[in-house]
Design a protein around this ligand. Structure first.
Ligand code: PLP
Length: 283
């Protein structure tokens, strides 16, 4: 695989990042994951906008223009012959002698991008069977709207889910669901799509934004508000969204079937609309 590191395209085993990189030592880095369908990049503008926002919240600049970032995405897709898959991008505050205080503002950032080929991303069998989740307390830091690489708690959540024989964990705080370990969470009740409102408590999903816009265009009712686990278990449907899963039905929460216990029509319709529309808008 060819990866991108600080201006160079290199075979992955020749790519190097300093042991003093602040991404490595302090999780002082932000990232984006963008999907590729038919060799084209999905929702690129949204991901770049969020990258700029995450960087700004942490006092970092964009490492380059959106156009230059798009060129790197395209180059990696071409060099690695990606038809379906993901592009991972990470920007850290760079390498400096270990100190909690940020290094000088002119310290060069570390910019890394790589691809992951994922055949069957769009045709995922799980879209037909649905996924099962458990709930766990949300023990992440308070600025989940910044997409930092501090992913240890979400990793622990995925492992707890795996140990419980399910696919993911929904996190709960102050009695309400925040989101999944790497996705936004939704329920459907009496035809209304309910998903948590934006704030510092959740990541502002790029897929979420697109799906809610498509839902509104299709005259579906949407409520952006917090919901409880009990409400989710009593819902007609549940689903998640993310760049890598698009729209994926959730059929069981803590052992309780949601609705019929089968993937529901609202999630199926939104998945279809999302895939159609985002394929058309892909770059
Ligand atoms: N919430 C969390 C915690 C995530 O990590 C992610 C994606 O990685 C999402 C939501 C979904 O965001 P997006 O649709 O931009 O992939």
């Amino acid at each position: 695989r060819t990866v991108y590191v600080n201006g160079d395209y290199l075979p992955e085993d020749q790519a190097k990042v300093s042991v003093f990189d602040r991404g490595f030592l302090f999780a002082d880095a932000v990232y984006e994951v963008t999907s590729v369908l038919d060799g084209k990049i999905i929702a690129f503008d949204g991901h770049v906008e969020r990258l700029a926002r995450s960087l700004a919240e942490l006092g970092m600049d964009m490492p380059m223009s959106p156009e230059a970032l798009l060129d790197i995405h395209r180059e990696l897709v071409a060099r690695n012959a990606i038809d379906e898959g993901l592009i991972y991008l990470q920007v850290s505050r760079g390498a400096a002698d270990r100190d909690f205080a940020y290094p000088a503002a002119d310290t060069p950032q570390t910019v890394v991008l790589f691809t992951q080929a994922k055949a069957g991303l769009a045709d995922a069998p799980m879209a037909k069977t649905g996924m099962k989740v458990i709930s766990i307390p949300d023990r992440r830091w308070g600025r989940r709207d910044i997409k930092t690489v501090q992913l240890l708690y979400p990793s622990m959540g995925k492992m707890l889910a795996k140990d419980a024989g399910v696919h993911d964990a929904w996190m709960v705080e102050d009695g309400a669901v925040t989101e999944g370990t790497s996705n936004n969470a939704y329920i459907v009740k009496d035809g209304t799509i309910i998903t948590r409102h934006l704030g510092e408590e959740i990541l502002h999903g790029i897929t979420r934004k697109a799906v809610l816009a498509y839902a509104a265009e299709a005259q579906m009712k949407v409520e952006e508000r917090a919901f409880t686990l009990a409400e989710a278990q009593a819902a007609d449907e549940a689903f998640i969204t993310s760049a890598s899963t698009f729209v994926m039905p959730v059929v069981e929460i803590d052992g309780v079937p949601v609705g019929s216990g089968e993937p529901g029509p609202v999630a199926a319709r939104l998945r279809e609309i999302y895939l159609d529309e985002s394929r058309k808008a892909a770059v």
